[in-house]
Design a protein around this ligand. Sequence first.
Ligand SMILES: Nc1ncnc2c1ncn2[C@@H]1O[C@H](COP(=O)(O)OP(=O)(O)O)[C@@H](O)[C@H]1O
Ligand SMILES: [Mg+2]
Length: 339
Amino acid sequence: MGLAGLTDLRVVFVGGKGGVGKTTMAGGLGAHAAGQGKRVLVVSTDPAHSLGDLFERSIGDAVTGVTAGLWCLEIDPDAQAQRHVDRVTEQMKGLAAPAMHQELVRQMDTARHSPGAMEAALLERIAGLIADQGGDYDLLIFDTAPTGHTLRLLSLPEAMAAWTDGLLAHNKRSEQLGQVLKHLTPGKRGEEMPTPFDDPREDAFAGMDRRTRHVAETLLERRRLFHRARRVMTDGQRTGFVFTVIPERLPILETARAVRTLTEYEIPIRGAIINQLIPDDADGEFLARRRQREARYLDQIQHELSGLDTLRVPLQSDDLQGVEALERGLIPILREHGV
Ligand SMILES: Nc1ncnc2c1ncn2[C@@H]1O[C@H](COP(=O)(O)OP(=O)(O)O)[C@@H](O)[C@H]1O
Ligand SMILES: [Mg+2]
């Protein structure tokens, strides 16, 4: 499985260390796929968004059209966390006694600022996009945040379950809910856990009051969403991960680490784009020396990422900015490689 045919997938993740050209590659792949007649949505999950810079327009937290067949979205993790916590707070209010409401809001507000809340909310949005089969787009491309963050995103069902359980622990006094939570406890990676709710003969909601039942159903629905998303993400027919790397020590090491971890998570890796190579026609003694150094790093990439399909993109004299620049400087290379 290589980079050829990449745009025939449903979901592509573009990962790599900050500054190596992830956003450029994600946007370039998007413009390339749109040029093939596909409907493409490029989604940035990096809090330091730059899709807007790439396409020279403001994008933000709403789907924005860029060119024919290409849309972009910059998820705002802060706003996402706020919406998420608001929703959960409303649900919890339904369960807690009115006298508890003020305390509940206070605790939920703390939860919003707790580490992991923004990520968890982000996860839910991403999972929703991925799990939305037969949705509005042929291809979703994620311009992901620096690798460490992406890897945490990929452990999604567990991360989310832990967070949800944490929030609900505030409401431990609800015995019924406690029972529901037992069934929501995350299992091993990649493993589908049968729950009493999946068995039509058993009515696990029996005996719950209406509100508890509603919360339980919501939680269950969320868990199913994460499992659906993970099923898509681990399916090589539908999903592929592409690294962007530059011939420098740290990005290479970080990418090699990420490849190992993703492999462990059974995420299908399609290859790596080696970006910012010194162009063949660049001359001068300085660049000749830099090229020797680059050759050593290319050897290292060969060694560290052996077995991965790679594609080389030269450093351009100008920034790769705007659809036209991508069409000139990047898309021909993608096309040549059969991407
Ligand atoms: N091959 C290239 N040639 C010239 N400039 C590039 C190339 N790849 C990326 N850039 C520029 O480098 C900067 C960082 O790229 P970006 O895609 O935003 O990186 P990341 O998303 O990984 O942080 C941008 O200004 C972009 O235009
Ligand atoms: Mg970026």
